[in-house]
Ligand binder design. Structure first.
Ligand code: ADP
Ligand code: AMP
Length: 215
């Protein structure tokens, strides 16, 4: 099973992807995570992407198509993958189609997390994650079970993203509306789109996605 999780920043894509990884053994392919790793490692791609990401704008299609193509060559993706944060432009959607055809892979669903934009700043400003394993949390909606201790790996160190501030979030949302939302008709025409209520509690969103994947 190979899926795309689609929705604006803060819609819950990473949260749901992490649960699908844990429970179904799927592989999460987050271009945002890949780019942040490149920035942290100081690679040439990271150096190019750093300022763009900090501003909330989109990194160039060529760069993200390149890192995604390379990632799709690893064996683990054959277990089934979840694309989280890719594709983000019509050109990326076209490139993905070509890549999948070339590699003999296919897409099963494009699951859209439908959310109310007003909730997103609140979601994003409360977001934090484990500094060791990356498990995602929220100041109010998803706290670790034991205060200050990661549920998954037991680490006591957490981090926040530098681009999770109110100003950058607005740019990221504008980018989503202008460049990412227009890819929906492309997938609708293929009959792949399924919508879930992303405003529901995390466990209910999870159940709705499970319902789609098991039909
Ligand atoms: P995305 O990957 O789409 O940018 P995240 O999965 O990181 O979004 O979610 C953004 C923040 O909102 C995180 O702190 C997460 O814990 C929280 N969150 C995710 N889904 C929900 C939900 N259904 N209800 C409330 N908070 C949520
Ligand atoms: P995310 O982790 O998905 O919120 O992405 C964080 C940032 O990385 C975005 O604001 C963009 O600058 C960049 N980015 C991630 N994925 C893509 C993509 N598919 N296309 C262009 N830029 C991306």
């Amino acid at each position: 099973m190979n899926i795309i999780l689609l929705g604006p920043p803060g819609a819950g894509k990473g949260t749901q992807a992490q649960m699908l990884v844990e429970e179904r053994g799927m592989v999460q392919l987050s271009t945002g995570d890949m780019l942040r790793a490149a920035v942290a490692a100081g690679t040439p791609i990271g150096l190019q992407a750093k300022a763009v990401m900090a501003s909330g704008a989109l990194v160039s299609d060529d760069i993200v198509n390149g890192i995604l193509s390379e990632r799709l060559d690893a064996d683990d993706v054959r277990r089934g993958f979840i694309l989280d944060g890719y594709p983000r432009t019509p050109a990326q959607a076209e490139a993905l189609d070509a890549l999948l055809a070339e590699k003999g892979m296919h897409l099963d669903y494009v699951i859209v997390l439908a959310v109310d934009e007003d909730a997103l700043v609140d979601r994003i400003s409360g977001r934090f994650s484990c500094a060791k394993c990356g498990a995602g949390y929220h100041d109010r909606y998803k706290l670790p079970k034991a205060e200050g201790v990661c549920d998954v790996c037991g680490s006591t160190e957490f981090k926040r993203r530098p681009d999770d501030n109110a100003e950058t979030v607005r740019t990221r949302m504008a980018e989503y509306r202008a460049k990412t939302a227009p890819i929906l008709p492309f997938y609708e025409a293929k009959g792949l789109v399924r919508r879930v209520d992303g405003m529901a509690p995390i466990e209910d969103v999870k159940a709705a996605i499970e319902g789609i994947l098991t039909t």
